[in-house]
Ligand binder design. Structure first.
Ligand code: ASP
Length: 349
């Protein structure tokens, strides 16, 4: 059903949407980094399954918020990604998770940061949004809140994969600072997950979830659960979910910045420009998925790969991962701007 790595979408689709009843769209990502060859199939398949789960919610008339939560839970449950099951380990070998949801209807948001092991931190983030007067709970407070809400607390070992343990052992043997590892280094592993959706009522939502980066300091929080940095949704502006070097994304408030750049640009172009500016100003790499209020979709990344998948109004499903394939297809399109995939050429930044 999925057409992989196709660049033939769909500015025209966005234009159709803008003049009629909104038609649902969901886009998900599974992290922007140099995804190694053996992981590519699992990464794309995981994104496709998540987009499908979110799409089914939208098809049943569910809200964009329900759809991004459903899609993100599928990604969290998939050990191919650094979120929930499969999360990376901090410097003391423990899992600390970050997640956020945002509702574009009224700018409600809820987030957890450095929360202890729970299967689906995105759902705890939603509980923060809906059951507390707060936007962000961290550390022990977040973990205690989850427990109070009846969320089963796990042990780190319940979420840890052999790959995460191996990465941790490598980092423990050759410790490298976050800055050295990520700042200009597109090869660093960063398989954070996220989703953006537009529902049939024209409402937008976004979500992002991550285990962060391997061997991070205890208590380190990246961009992912920070509103405006790793995630943003506003019915009037669009929805964005980010992945990449958290310390750079936070400094540029990448999600909000990309939405600001959307005036006069397609979502993909705006996100690509935001990534270019991030690299020029602070040196980090990453990726974004986005939806404009019109339903127009954008996928952009400055890393060698980013796994993504999209299902739109008529059930048309697209997915991809490869920078070179995306670039080649975009060039084949003759520069007519028909692609939703914007590959960011940092050498031109
Ligand atoms: N942005 C995440 C962080 O810095 C990492 C990622 O996107 O994979 O925690």
């Amino acid at each position: 059903m999925y057409r992989r790595a196709s660049a033939r979408l769909l500015r025209s689709y966005g234009r159709r949407l803008s003049s009629s009843t909104p038609r649902p769209v969901i886009v998900v990502h599974g992290g922007a980094w140099a995804i190694p060859e053996p992981l590519t199939d699992a990464s794309v398949a995981g994104c496709e399954a998540a987009a499908q789960a979110g799409w089914e919610v939208l098809q049943r008339g569910g809200s964009a918020l329900d759809a991004v939560e459903a899609a993100t839970r599928v990604l969290e449950d998939d050990p191919a990604f650094d979120a929930g099951n499969g999360a990376v380990l901090n410097e003391v070998g423990e899992v600390e998770l970050d997640a956020i949801v945002m509702d574009g209807v009224d700018l409600s948001c809820g987030a957890v940061a450095a929360i202890g092991p729970v299967a689906n931190p995105v759902s705890v983030a939603r509980m923060v949004m809906e059951r507390t007067p707060h936007c962000l709970l961290v550390g022990e407070g977040a973990t205690r809140f989850a427990e109070q809400q009846g969320v089963p607390l796990l042990r780190s070992v319940d979420l840890v994969t052999a790959e995460a343990q191996q990465q941790w052992r490598e980092m423990a043997a050759f410790p490298t600072s976050v800055k050295q590892l990520f700042n200009t280094h597109p090869l660093a592993a960063s398989d954070t997950v996220g989703a953006v959706a537009l529902d049939a009522s024209g409402n937008l939502a976004s979500a992002t979830s991550t285990g962060g980066i391997t061997f991070k300091r205890v208590g380190r929080v990246g961009d992912s659960p920070i509103v405006g940095a790793g995630c943003y949704a506003d019915n009037d502006l669009g929805a964005v979910s980010c992945t990449g070097h958290g310390e750079s994304i936070m400094r540029l408030t990448l999600a909000r910045h990309a939405l600001w750049l959307m005036h006069g640009r397609s979502p993909g172009e705006a996100c690509a420009e935001a990534l270019r500016q991030m690299h020029a100003r602070v040196g980090g790499c990453g990726g974004t998925i986005s939806i404009a209020p019109s339903g127009e979709v954008g996928v952009a990344f400055s890393t060698p790969r980013m796994a993504w998948a999209c299902v739109r109004g008529d059930g048309d499903a697209r997915s991809g991962i490869d920078r070179s394939a995306s670039l080649a297809e975009a060039e084949e399109e003759g520069g007519e701007g028909e692609s939703i995939v914007e590959v960011v050429r940092l050498d031109r930044a």
